[in-house]
Structures are given as C-alpha cells and as structure tokens.
Unconditional design. Sequence first.
Length: 318
Amino acid sequence: MTPEELKKSIFRSAVSGKLVPQLPGEGRKRSSRATGAEKLPFDIPDTWRVRRLGETAEVGTGQKLIKKDMTGTEVPVYSSSASGEALGYISREDQRVFLKKGDIVVPARGSAIGSITVVGDENAACTLSTLYIKPSTEESAKFLYCFLASSGPELFASHGGAIPQLTASRLENAPVPVPPEKELARIIQKTEALLPLLERFETLYSKLEKLDADFKAAFTKAILSRAAQGRLLPQLEEEGTGGALLRKIRKERPKKYPKIKASEKLFDIPKSWTWVRFPEVADSCLGRLMNTEEKSGFLLRCIRTSDVSWGKIDLENM
C-alpha cells in the first residue's frame, strides 16, 4: 500500500464511522423512514445522518480573473491547478470572493478535477474555474476535507464535452455523512494523531523505493558485469574458443586493427575468450541531423538523444 492509498484509507475510515467507536449517548439512531444513507458509496453508523453538502457548508463559484489581472500583492488567488499553489495575487479592492483559512477550493474544469486545496491564508480568493466550500466550523472543515479527499471518482465524476466540468449545483447537492458532534471531535482528534505517523511512513516508503531502485540497478550491473567477464556461466570445451569465432568473423570483415595491449584490457577473461576492437565485430555511426523544416519524403520513427539513457532506450514517444 502506498502512502497515498493509506491516507485515503484512513480518511475513508474516518468518514464512514470506522476510525473511532460509537459511544452510547452521543447520538440517536436514524428512523427506518430516514433517507439519504443509500446515496453514499459506503455504509455509515445508525447514529449518523446524511445531508447535502450545501446544508453543511456554503458552496460557490470563484470570481472572474485572468493571470494578467493579478498584479497585486495582498490577496492570494487559487485556480484550477492540481498543485495547490496560488496562481497570483490581487489587491483587496479587486477581491469579490472572500475565503479564510480552512476553506476548501476544488477545480471545476479540466484534468485537475478531484484535486483539493485547503486554504492556508487568512484571506484568499479563487478564480472562476474553481468552486469553493466554506464549512461552518473548523472541525467540520477538517471532516469535509477527509470526505472529499477519500471520495475521488464517486463524488468528482465530471460532466461535459471535450472539457470535463464540475458544477456548483452538483457539488452543493452531493450527499455527505454527518456524525454526532462529540464523535466528530473524536474523529478529528484521532485523524490528527495519525497524520504524523503517516508522514513518517511516507518518508520510509520513499527511502524503500529508492533502496529498491538502487538494488535493481546494482543487481543488473552485477549480472551484466559477470556476463561480460565470463563468470556467469561455466566454460565448456566443446563450445570452442573466442579466437575460432573471430576467424569466422574476419572472413566477412577482413579489415585489420591494432592488437589489444595488456594495459587496455579492463579485466581478466577466460582463456577461451579473446579481446577485439569494437569495429572488428560491429558497426557504429552517428545518427542523422534532423531538420524539422524538411517536409518532403516519408515519415519514419526516429530515436532522439532524449530517448536514450544508460541501460535504456525509450521507444514509446519516438
């Protein structure tokens, strides 16, 4: 399980009533006539309720702004970017949407739909390509973040033509779970206690990934090194010698090259092997200098410098 998968699992447990136990007296059971729970993509405890997102928080669309309008220095502006970074700044006089610390911004258009940004500034705005969510309390803001971050495709499935879109109406009418107030406080407390452990796991996971990559690289290098030095397999007398093979090759490639000096030999090889110059057994040449303005001829896939790295040739994007 990756850190991101674990994070979503913790958040899903939090918003489905599985992170902390339900305690007697913290909430009343739903009546059999209560509706809404079936609209969630998971089950919730009998003491929880289901409400529309618009009933628990203010949902709206950002203000009309473009990059060239952001010449101020006072108010950060969030856009439909998955990075979560402010797109720019405007002056307070130009601000029409007023967000505070803890409010949530989600992209409403394009491939970034589903990304979530929690405002970390005391005062901020967002562009027309985003939707904002203003929870009523700090704890409900944290709970809503857990819900949004763990919901993914179930909540953010987009509609539209060539450019996917998420509307304020659709987000406003999305069903959200609502736990009893005291249980909500315990859920947030437990979640915040787990976050430092999750950060430690992310660090360890990154180190493990690097160790795994380094091991694979070192293992591959070791195998290739042993193969090149004749130490990967035993030498069998009936298989002949490298000298005999070289004599066959020279019938087709008769050009002679200087003998290999002892100082040029990089390592010891089996007695049945022999050192040769590279041109004795293979051809090498420079690639063609490509002219992007040339439109005549026919199309051919070409390997570029950027497609080649040590131990790998990328043939996907030629």
